[in-house]
Structure formats: structure tokens, C-alpha cells
Design a protein around this ligand. Structure first.
Ligand code: ADP
Length: 420
């Protein structure tokens, strides 16, 4: 009977998942990725194998009114029918916020869930949905061990100076400080770099996670020193629909002059701003790159301008720069954006190899470039699976840091006695 780990990344309207199968004394492998989207409207469940071949698909009408728990049932049922009953041995969750207390993944218990629920005001748009999925699994499969993996954990080593906000200090006591996010992605990138370019990994590297959410992380020897996201995932770069770095005076203006409520401003900053807000066309970089509309170009220009500006700031935090890594949807696939960023970083000694960049190579800088520029395909699910194994079976699992997992490759090997 194969044993499997399910990873869940639950948002307000979608649940992304991946399924890893482990065999006795053999490497684990990715068996499926998929998602349930349209939660709250007309849900759609889809699972594919690692090559993208459709494994299953189900749709429900909006009138069914299905929420997270009701939609996890068909996913768990499909895993049972696909891999066999009793095959699923654990679930690992992406939890956006671990606060001050959780510097590493942790097995979920009633007490931990209560702790994490207290962090909801710090991540109101993510934390409740992350926890709803964990609660739903606990109700549906109470015997299944669950592990929380935090987006904030990778940044725990940042200095107090890098995490402090210049507000009256009583607020710091209640957790108002910079945390940083996208930590699972950065941890994966750091591990892959150690494997692919060990000398560079030991140096000063800025990783650019450029997806719908976007941030930069300054790493020294694979550890976070500084990052562009802060107290919330709104800070830093221009994103698909989020504003990024903003003068707080602009928020006051919107509230005082336009009489917008806090909820209306929140909605604007998270959902109506960024690439979508500036272009008025789309939050999708592919659409903007294909558009001849001047506003689309303005959105792209600001996106690049702010990345370059923040790279300058993080280079100062690192005291120099040895490497730049592009990752996530835009970072991995949008060659023109990578080229534009590199061109504006010529002052730092960045020299992009145009052919390597256009051709999708892993190393896209020239041999003369003072900064090595690479593209790393991130894999947060693989990191969650590795952490889940490490948390549940620490004695027999290599550290996820030491042995990163890759799609379709080994997570770890099991000995017969390891199985729960
Ligand atoms: P999420 O943060 O939701 O996980 P992704 O990492 O998948 O998002 O990134 C989504 C972004 O990547 C979108 O803006 C999308 O347009 C962009 N993207 C994906 N593929 C390409 C491509 N081939 N060229 C340009 N942009 C791309």
C-alpha cells in the first residue's frame, strides 16, 4: 500500500494541493498537483499528474453553496480512490503567519490552532482560510497528523533592527513589527542554490519571488537578512493587485478626504491596486506584456522600477551583491522583465546574457557579470512535504534544508518501521 502526504495551500477562493507518494525504502515522488478554485461561487476541482495530464475533474454549481470543508471531502475521497484507503498518512499546510512564536514547522494541535487563530488580525486575508482547511481536515479525518509550515519562519533570523517599525514601542509588544513572507519559497530557493551553485549560496544573494504576490529576500549564506514584505504581505514591490510600499499618508488621505472606510481602503490596497490598478487592464503580466496600451506599459515600468530600487536597498543591507535569483510565475517565465531589471542594474555590474535569458537557461548572466544571475523554479509544496515529514519523523528524515525535494524526485527514503 503506497503512503502519501498531501500539501494544502488554502486561500479565500481556492485550495491548491499536491500529493506525494512514499514507498518503503524508496524515494518519494510527486503524484499529483491540482486545485479547487471558485470556492464561494461555482467550485471546480482539478487534479493533474506531474506531466500535466488530467487525472480528475469535478464541477459544482454556484447554487450548491459549497465551502472549504465540503470541498475537501471530494479531494480526500479522490486520494482514497486514486491511491487506496489508508494511503494518506499526513497533511502539511501552508500557514501564512507564525508570529513571533513559530520559527519552524509544528504539528497542529488544538492549542497550536488556537495560537495561530490569534494571529488572524495580522493576516486577515490569509490566516482564516489557512486555518479553515486545517480545521476541516481535523473534522473529516481526526486521526490524520497535520503540520503547519509558515511563510514567516524563514525570516526569523532577521535582526531586531530589520524587523522594527518606527512606531511607539508599545505596539511592538503586541506583534506590530516586520515579519516577511514567501518564506517557504525562499527556503526552497536557498536549498536549490546550495545544490546548484554552492559558492554563490554561501555569499550575498537577493532572491526575487515575482508572482501575483511579489517580494525580494536578501540572503547571506542562505539565511534571510532583509526582505521587502513587512508587517503584512502588502508591503514592498508592486504586485498583481496589491500596492506594495506606500506612504501611510496616502491611506489617511483616502480615509479623510474620500471618506473611505477602513474596509474599503483594505479592499483597494489588496485587490484593486498594483499592476491591475495602474494599468486598468489586468493583474496578469502576460496580458500586460502583450498589450500596446500605454497604461499597461506604465504598470510594467513601475513594476521594474520598484524591483530595481528595492534591490538597491537590499544590496545595502547585504553590504554588496554576489547573486540575483528570479523565481515564481513572472520571475521564471517573463524574460523581458528579467532583462529590464538586469539592464537597470548595470551600475551594480549585472550583465545579462540575452540568449540565455530568452532561452530559459538556469544561468542568465554573462561570464563577466560581477553578479551571477540565475532562474530557479520555486516549489513551495515540495518544501511543505519535506517539512511535514521532518516534523513527524525527525529521526529518520534528512533535514529539508540539507535535502531539498524536487517535483518527481526523492523527498526522502523510508524504512519499513517509519510508517505511522
Ligand atoms: P501566485 O503568486 O498566484 O502563485 P504565480 O507565481 O503563478 O502566482 O505567478 C503569476 C504571474 O506570473 C502572473 O502575473 C502571470 O501573468 C505571470 N506569468 C506566468 N507565466 C508567464 C509568462 N510566460 N510570461 C509572463 N508572465 C507570466
Amino acid at each position: 500500500m503506497p503512503k502519501a502526504i498531501l500539501t494544502l495551500n488554502a486561500g479565500s477562493s481556492s485550495i491548491k494541493f499536491a500529493l506525494y507518494e512514499m514507498a518503503m525504502a524508496a524515494p518519494a515522488r510527486l503524484v499529483s498537483r491540482g486545485q479547487i478554485e471558485g470556492i464561494g461561487s461555482a467550485p471546480h476541482f482539478i487534479a493533474r499528474d506531474p506531466d500535466g495530464t488530467l487525472l480528475t475533474e469535478q464541477r459544482w454549481p454556484a447554487s450548491a453553496g459549497l465551502q472549504h470543508e465540503a470541498l475537501l471531502t471530494p479531494l480526500l475521497d479522490w486520494i482514497t480512490s486514486h491511491l487506496g484507503a489508508e494511503s494518506l498518512v499526513a497533511v502539511g499546510h501552508r500557514i501564512v503567519h507564525g508570529g513571533d512564536a513559530y520559527a519552524r514547522p509544528v504539528r497542529l494541535s488544538v492549542g497550536v490552532m488556537a495560537d495561530l487563530a490569534k494571529l488572524t488580525p495580522l493576516a486577515p486575508l490569509h490566516q482564516p482560510h489557512n486555518l479553515a482547511a486545517a480545521r476541516a481536515v481535523a473534522r473529516l479525518r481526526p486521526d490524520l497528523p497535520q503540520v503547519a509550515c509558515f511563510d514567516t519562519a524563514f525570516h526569523h533570523g532577521m535582526t531586531p533592527t530589520a524587523t522594527r517599525l518606527a512606531l511607539p514601542r508599545k505596539y511592538a509588544a503586541e506583534g506590530v513589527r516586520r515579519y516577511g513572507f514567501h518564506g517557504l519559497s525562499y527556503e526552497y530557493i536557498a536549498a536549490r542554490l546550495r545544490e546548484q551553485a554552492p559558492a554563490l549560496a554561501a555569499g550575498r544573494v537577493i532572491a526575487a519571488h515575482l508572482g501575483n504576490g511579489a517580494s525580494l529576500c536578501a540572503m547571506r549564506d542562505g539565511r534571510s537578512v532583509d526582505t521587502t514584505m513587512g508587517f503584512t504581505a502588502l508591503d514592498g514591490l508592486v504586485m498583481g493587485t496589491r500596492c506594495g510600499n506606500l506612504d501611510p499618508g496616502a491611506v489617511l488621505y483616502l480615509q479623510q478626504v474620500h471618506k473611505l472606510s477602513a474596509a474599503a481602503v483594505e479592499h483597494m490596497l489588496y485587490h484593486d491596486s498594483g499592476l491591475l490598478g495602474i494599468s486598468g487592464i489586468s493583474n496578469d503580466m502576460r496580458t500586460l506584456l502583450a498589450s500596446s496600451d500605454v497604461h499597461a506599459q506604465e504598470a510594467i515600468d513601475l513594476f521594474v522600477f520598484r524591483i530595481v530600487r528595492e534591490i538597491g536597498a537590499l544590496t545595502s543591507s547585504l553590504g554588496g551583491l554576489d547573486g540575483l535569483v528570479f523565481s515564481a510565475g513572472i520571475g521564471e517565465h517573463a524574460a523581458p522583465i528579467r532583462a529590464a531589471v538586469c539592464t537597470r542594474l548595470a551600475w551594480l555590474g549585472v550583465e545579462c546574457d540575452a540568449a540565455a535569458n530568452a532561452g530559459g537557461a538556469a544561468l542568465i548572466s554573462t561570464p563577466h557579470s560581477r553578479v551571477q544571475v540565475r532562474v530557479v523554479a520555486t516549489d513551495e509544496e515540495a518544501m511543505i512535504a519535506a517539512h511535514t515529514m521532518q516534523t513527524l519523523y525527525p529521526a529518520s528524515t534528512p533535514s529539508p534544508e540539507a535535502q531539498p525535494v524536487h517535483p518527481g524526485h526523492a523527498v526522502r527514503s523510508f524504512a519499513a518501521g517509519d510508517m505511522p
